[in-house]
Ligand binder design. Structure first.
Ligand code: NZQ
Ligand code: ZN
Length: 388
């Protein structure tokens, strides 16, 4: 196991009836909050009212910044930064899924520098500081509520890129599973696939001895396989919603990847799909992951894929290559059962930009994705083609 530092000081308020305690936590960071939200789901399902009422009761004034898009755009971030500067905001309170929280992170960092926020995303401007962020999670998926990452889209350059800083790690997050009951089946399935993908990106490595992390990852995956279909069958199943929500945070907050080689493979490939076609992130991941595993299956990788199959899907085959093949099929079938469209064509992606996306993906990864197995531009293109 490699050496590491693990520090995730986000205070989690989990479960129902915690809005008041959360509002007091927000108050400890300042008296004026920017409420960041998306296309309006929080207004329809009552979350906006519940949280702003609690904030006002705690003595926190609020300013609204709504309209954050899924795959959040840098223009919305710029508008948020202007509002923070104009209104003298002290603390940022995103209410929503990963898109809203990711936009809030760039607003928080961008408000404390004169540089354009896109320069922070591409690494041309430093994160000098950030306003404190307290999140209200409404969709179990990205883990943005308990990590340092943020993914922003620039439609002008057709780029969707991740950036991160310990300075934008949320100070507090309110995780009330009841807030996710209104998430529709499509986003419940996509969110489950995203949680599983984060876990698998951390899990699929060779030559390490991180048995603790890998066993925990298998537990998170089993929880998703149990809770995902249950939440799909009955959106109001709070036990399933609670397990997905907690899995979301632990899949990506660092615990599962510490002490291991870290390069991720499927996320960089998916980010090109959503940059070019604005598709739902978790759906893109579900389509690509089984094709990626099939592409990298070899005598070297078979034991790890077989272990995944045996421990996550209870596959019995003793031969590693057989078990690995069955594992990939089981994963594919699971996504089909979750109602996810499993080809690129079904989400409106044809052959026309595959080569351009493969090239952009390799470039953004510095030439080669150095993950479970090195992926060159031609490998990425082959995986895209196998996903059509
Ligand atoms: O915009 P509203 O009206 O809120 O509706 C949203 C949106 O349409 C809706 N929704 C959210 N909560 C709801 C709800 N609808 C009903 N009831 C609720 N309680 O769901 C739709 C999707 O929301 P979005 O925030 O886009 O989804 P998600 O949480 O999956 O976030 C996706 C974004 O996060 C990035 C992705 O690339 C993508 O841009 N990621 C961020 C990461 C991170 N910060 O660490 C890592 C991830 O790998 C990922 O890349
Ligand atoms: Zn993801």
């Amino acid at each position: 196991m490699d050496k590491f530092i693990f520090s995730v000081p986000t205070t989690i308020f989990f479960g129902e009836g915690q809005a008041r305690a959360f509002a007091e936590a927000v108050k400890s960071y300042g008296e004026k909050a920017l409420i960041v939200f998306g296309g309006g789901s929080v207004k329809k399902n009552g979350i906006y009212d519940e949280i702003t009422t609690a904030l006002h009761a705690a003595g926190v004034k609020t300013v609204d910044h709504g309209g954050i898009e899924p795959n959040p755009r840098v223009e919305s971030v710029r508008a948020g930064i202007d509002l923070v500067k104009k209104e003298g905001v002290d603390v940022i309170v995103p209410m929503g899924g990963g898109s809203t929280i990711d936009a809030a992170k760039l607003i928080a960092a961008g408000a404390l520098t004169a540089a354009d926020p896109w320069k922070i995303v591409i690494g041309e401007a430093k994160v000098t500081g950030a306003l404190p962020i307290c999140t209200v999670l409404t969709l179990a998926a990205t883990g943005s509520e308990m990590d340092q990452g943020s993914v922003i889209t620039n439609p002008e350059t057709k780029e969707k890129l991740g950036w991160g800083s310990p300075k934008v790690l949320p100070k507090a997050s309110l995780l009330n599973p009841a807030y996710t009951v209104s998430v529709n089946g499509y986003h419940t399935a996509a969110g489950t696939a995203d949680i599983m993908s984060h876990t698998m990106e951390n899990y699929f490595t060779v030559d390490d001895s991180a048995f603790v992390q890998d066993s925990m990852a298998e537990g998170v995956l089993r929880a998703c396989i149990h809770a995902g279909p249950a939440a799909l069958k009955d959106g109001g199943d709070l036990e399933a919603r609670a397990n997905l929500m907690w899995a979301s945070s632990w899949a990506i907050n660092g615990l599962l990847r510490k002490g291991k080689p870290q390069a991720w493979s499927v996320h960089p490939m998916e980010h090109e799909l959503s940059a070019f076609y604005d598709i739902t992130h978790g759906v893109g991941l579900a389509i690509l992951t089984p094709r990626w595993l099939r592409h990298v299956l070899s005598a070297k990788t078979a034991p790890k894929i077989a272990r995944f199959g045996r421990r996550v899907f209870d596959i019995k085959s003793e031969d590693d290559v057989d078990a690995a093949n069955e594992a990939i099929e089981a994963l594919y079938d699971f996504f089909v059962r979750m109602g996810i469209p499993m080809t690129l064509k079904e989400v409106g992606i044809g052959e026309e930009h595959l080569a351009e996306m493969a090239k952009a993906c390799a470039n953004h990864a510095g030439g080669v994705i150095r993950g479970f197995v090195d992926l060159h531009e031609e490998d990425i293109l082959a995986i895209y083609k196998a996903s059509l």
